[in-house]
Write a protein that binds this ligand. Structure first.
Ligand SMILES: [Zn+2]
Length: 406
């Protein structure tokens, strides 16, 4: 196995422009991008573009796109490992090999088994989405969206999923216990962790289900359940590292590359809603603050992050904190604030945005496009010890920036 370190070295050393030209594509510069005739489909007018700064290519004719490794794989019909080896030789990089330990093989086996549990669980939740739960889901999302995001319903039963996986799927009890989908009761028995919730599977980058996030459904939840949190998420596991996983990323990568900006929202429902409105370059950190790892992951696809958080104090605080983190990581940060309706109702992107056009209009009108390094440091220097109760001051600063923008 080639070490991750070596793979990273190859990816950062190999230059996409050199590789595309090496493959015989004639490129001409226009602004920040280079253009040429696509090597993957027949064309006479150039629709193949190479972005040198962000090191990716995209063809507007056939939709092919990716980084230098993807290009090498597609152009020469290579596997990932073969492409890495070819590029390493082009740039005289010596690849380190790591031995495959028996414990790695075991870990890989467990990973596969757990993925199977989650896959079947997602299917079970989809199968249970009917009646009131289905009505609720369809009042928020289209049928097509529910299918794409594999949204389902965890029924209000103590052992619905447990019995299904154990008896119908014939899965071993020991594996179910490891899956984090169940909790043990006082008598040693197990019960379903997610109950009476709208279920969003959390996918890894290739689209395998690795965890779940369950959202409360206010209109069909009994009054006694009011104390429950809005979202209930899976705990960390060998598959699911909260600090690394971004909800929606598996669907968002092509659009993030295409538009060269990643929109980060707070909740899973916000991601789903925006994707439904064709704003597909949207992701969320699942039930946690945006971490340095999240930002690093996004930076593989774009250097521009746009924060779009709820229109309340908590949302504003999160915007402030995360904007600083993004800028510290050397990326550009912009902020899209949902306008305050002034009637005291809390707005989030999920409930606020109604159409792609409205989003586009607001994006043009309200995004603080200039809130890059300089402005945010300016904000930080004006309010060096910004505390929670001073967030209003920060809001005024945001509004001032907005006024200047308009
Ligand atoms: Zn093409």
């Amino acid at each position: 196995m080639i070490s991750q370190n070596s793979i990273d070295t190859v990816i950062t050393s190999a230059d996409i422009v050199r590789e595309v030209e090496r493959a015989g594509v004639k490129l001409t510069r226009s602004g920040t991008t280079l253009k040429g005739c696509c090597p993957f489909h027949d064309e006479k007018t150039a629709s193949f573009t190479v972005n040198e700064k962000n090191q990716f290519f995209h063809c507007f004719g056939c939709g092919t796109g990716g980084n230098v490794v993807t290009f090498t794989m597609k152009k020469y019909n290579r596997t990932f490992v073969e492409a890495i080896k070819q590029l390493a030789s082009n740039y005289s990089i010596t690849l380190e090999e790591t031995k495959t330990e028996p414990k790695d093989v075991e870990k890989e086996k467990e990973t596969e088994l757990l993925k199977d549990v989650y896959k079947r669980t997602a299917q079970y939740y989809i199968g249970r989405l009917h009646g009131k739960a289905s009505e609720y889901a369809l009042s928020r999302f289209s049928e097509k969206t529910l299918q794409i995001f594999k949204i389902g319903y965890a029924p209000d039963e103590w052992q619905g999923l447990w019995n299904h996986l154990l008896n119908e799927c014939r899965m071993p009890e020991s594996l179910l216990i490891k899956s984090d989908l169940f909790r043990q009761n006082k008598n040693g028995g197990y019960y379903d962790f997610f109950r009476n919730r709208l279920m969003f599977p959390i996918f890894d980058r290739v689209g395998d289900v690795i965890a779940f996030s369950g959202r409360i459904m206010p209109s069909i939840t009994q009054l006694t359940d009011e104390s429950q949190p809005k979202y209930l998420n899976s705990s960390e596991s060998i598959l699911y590292k909260k600090k690394e996983v971004l909800f929606g990323l598996n669907f968002a990568i092509p659009a993030i590359r295409k538009y060269d900006v990643c929109i980060v929202v707070e909740g899973n429902a916000d991601v789903v809603k925006l994707h439904q409105l064709k704003i597909t370059n949207t992701v969320a950190a699942c039930g946690t603050a945006l971490s340095a790892e999240h930002i690093k992951t996004i930076s593989r696809y774009t250097k521009n992050i746009c924060l779009l958080y709820d229109c309340d104090k908590a949302g504003l605080e999160a915007t402030h904190k995360n904007a600083l983190k993004i800028i510290e990581a050397g990326l550009n940060c912009s902020v899209l604030r949902i306008p305050d309706t002034g009637d005291g109702t809390k707005q989030d992107p999920d409930s606020y945005f109604r159409s792609e056009k409205q989003f586009a209009d607001d994006y043009t009108r309200y995004t603080l496009r200039t809130l890059y390094t300089q402005s945010i440091y300016c904000a930080a220097s004006i309010f060096p010890n910004l505390q929670t109760n001073e967030m209003d001051v920060f809001d005024i600063y945001f509004k001032k920036l907005l006024e200047n923008e308009l």
